[in-house]
Design a protein around this ligand. Sequence first.
Ligand code: HEC
Length: 126
Amino acid sequence: MRPSGAGRRVLSRATSVACAALLGLAMASACGKPRELSAADRGAVIYRTNCISCHNADPNLPGPIGPAIADAPRALLDARVLHGTYPPGYTPLRKTHTMRALPWLDGHVDDLAAYLASVNTHHPGT
Ligand code: HEC
């Protein structure tokens, strides 16, 4: 049986698919495993995209509008970010109510807390 044109095309397509797969493998191994983002990494992205219009890019410092919040514990973030409130008994840094609740961040507060704790240079609670 003489090799038909169609047969050759199929073969060459199969070869190029195999090459693409190999190339993909080579690239994957060259770059190592895709880096897993930690909770703090994800929190940093959330912070930069949602908070630094008011808070400082360095959460240890006061921002243009909002106070330093590097040591904000999980319960405070939950209350303030999701509900616009404070945990029972908490004395707010400021008496103003400029910051609105950001309820769409539900599910990201753990990451935010991990990020803020990771960059905190203060002693918690001071
Ligand atoms: C529109 C500006 C604005 C944005 C955006 C904003 N904040 Fe605030 N934030 C403030 C201001 C101003 C205060 C001080 C209280 C007030 O006036 O609401 C505050 C207070 C806080 C407090 C309470 C601090 C304390 O101990 O009393 C926390 C925690 C906080 N912000 C976290 C965040 C986080 C996390 C984000 C992003 C997800 C964020 N804020 C986004 C302006 C903002």
